[in-house]
Write a protein that binds this ligand. Structure first.
Ligand SMILES: [Zn+2]
Length: 434
């Protein structure tokens, strides 16, 4: 067996494999093989070594392999100002977000920040990202080029706004249609990139712009991403701007923005009628717990929504969220669920295993990617190699007694460290190495 061949076709390591039940399977030592298309051809016990003769197989015996993580909601242009601000959503957008996004008019800024963002994602184990971009078409094209170079799976679109933001961030309905058709033609389903129709949220979009967003996303079968009911003031302002709408969700519904490829960020303060519409349209509610804590927005009842049968997602929502790491997001998801349960006497909480299943397999399903998110023959070999001893090591740490794989998983989620992801692979190709 060769162990240092760049064109590896297999890996032997410990594995954690998510399942749709919300539990994971642990393999202390297993083998994953894939073909030249990057599709998994084998996952299971390590076969007799002679059967692997001639194949390049990496040995990573002290490492844990997880499926590549999938971030369903984040903002590329906001990464530079993570952890800034002590405001609620609306004033925070005015003070930090809009001025920062305006800087992306300069192509040098767009290029540097896009490159840094994608490299950061891969270094943190995120192999698929769904992101809002700045409002500028040129900066969006640059982001697509940089994502293609980084080889990350990227679903993105410029944040569409035609009112209630500074004039230089506003677009028009006609311009949006023209720009979207160009981006669709050039980047949609090309290599690893897809175009996403991205009306920022109802406050910054006219009825016409929302209607165009709904139409484009349905006609071209793209994802549509927007925000909903993150903050109580935002809900009131939306209802003031759309006085004839039945509800916040009603605004999106009557403009064709709610369908099975719609990702709705947050959804904390929804009425039961709104939840019914969202469920009927098969749209996805994307939980962003770090951001919700940081901006004091509230705690989404993730577990209750899931039990009601709503389709759920998980995202970092940088820079409302102060970390681009989905390991950090999983930890917050578990912690706020326990907090909510103890405060409101709810019975069920989210476990570390549930959180990992959401950040991988269930997030993949939410964007129609049944070929991602776990290890099975025929799926894509997207995976990350994690060094659990790097999970915020204890001082003078030697081998400790808590080294079962389930204990290591607890540790990498609760004590995640930016350097613990050693390598990231997409379709069997190494796209990041420390
Ligand atoms: Zn957001």
């Amino acid at each position: 067996m060769k162990t240092k061949n760049a064109a590896a076709k297999g890996i032997i390591a410990s594995f954690v494999n998510p399942t749709s039940s919300g539990k994971v399977e642990y393999f202390e030592k297993a083998c994953l093989l894939w073909n030249t298309e990057g599709e998994i051809t084998y996952f299971g016990d390590v076969p007799p070594l002679e059967t692997l003769a001639g194949q390049s197989v990496l040995l990573r015996e002290n490492f844990i392999v997880l499926p590549g993580l999938i971030d369903l909601h984040t903002h590329l242009p906001q990464y530079e100002f993570v952890a800034q601000g002590e405001h609620a959503l609306l004033p925070w957008l005015e003070k930090y977000t809009y001025p920062q996004e305006a800087r992306f008019r300069e192509s040098r800024v767009a290029e540097e920040q896009s490159r840094n963002f994608f490299e950061s994602c891969l270094s943190l184990g995120t192999t698929t990202v769904v992101a809002y971009l700045s409002p500028f078409f040129e900066a969006a094209a640059i982001a697509f080029e940089e994502a293609t170079k980084a080889k990350i799976r990227a679903y993105m679109g410029p944040a569409l706004m035609d009112r209630n933001v500074p004039p230089d961030l506003q677009t028009t309905v006609n311009q949006t249609e023209k720009d979207s058709l160009f981006l669709l033609e050039k980047y949609h389903k090309k290599k690893n990139t897809e175009f996403v129709v991205t009306p920022r949220f109802a406050i910054t979009c006219s009825e016409e712009l929302l209607a165009l967003s709904g139409r484009l996303s349905q006609e071209y079968k793209t994802l549509l991403q927007t925000h909903i009911s993150e903050n109580v003031d935002e809900v009131h302002e939306t209802l003031r701007l759309f006085p004839t709408a039945s509800s916040y969700a009603g605004v999106y519904d009557r403009t064709g923005c709610l369908h099975e490829r719609t990702l709705l960020g947050h959804g904390i303060h929804l009425s039961s009628e709104e939840l019914r519409i969202i469920q009927e349209r098969k749209s996805v509610l994307v939980h962003c717990p770090t951001s919700n804590s940081f901006l004091g927005s509230g705690i989404m009842p993730y577990r209750l929504f899931k039990e009601q049968g709503l389709s759920m997602g998980l995202g970092t929502d940088v820079a409302g969220g102060y970390s681009l790491s989905l390991f950090d997001e999983m930890r917050t998801m578990v912690e706020v669920s326990k907090l909510r349960s103890s405060l409101l006497k709810e019975e069920s909480t989210v476990s570390v295993e549930n959180a990992l299943c959401q950040a991988t397999l269930l997030n993949a399903r939410a964007i129609g990617r049944d070929d991602l998110g776990s290890f099975a023959v025929g799926k894509k070999a997207d995976f990350i190699v994690v060094d659990s001893s790097m999970a915020n090591p204890l001082l003078n740490e030697r081998k400790n007694n808590y080294d079962a794989l389930s204990e290591k998983l607890q540790r990498i989620v609760y004590r995640s460290h930016p350097q613990m992801v050693n390598e990231s692979f997409i379709a069997g190709e190494k796209v990041f190495a420390r």
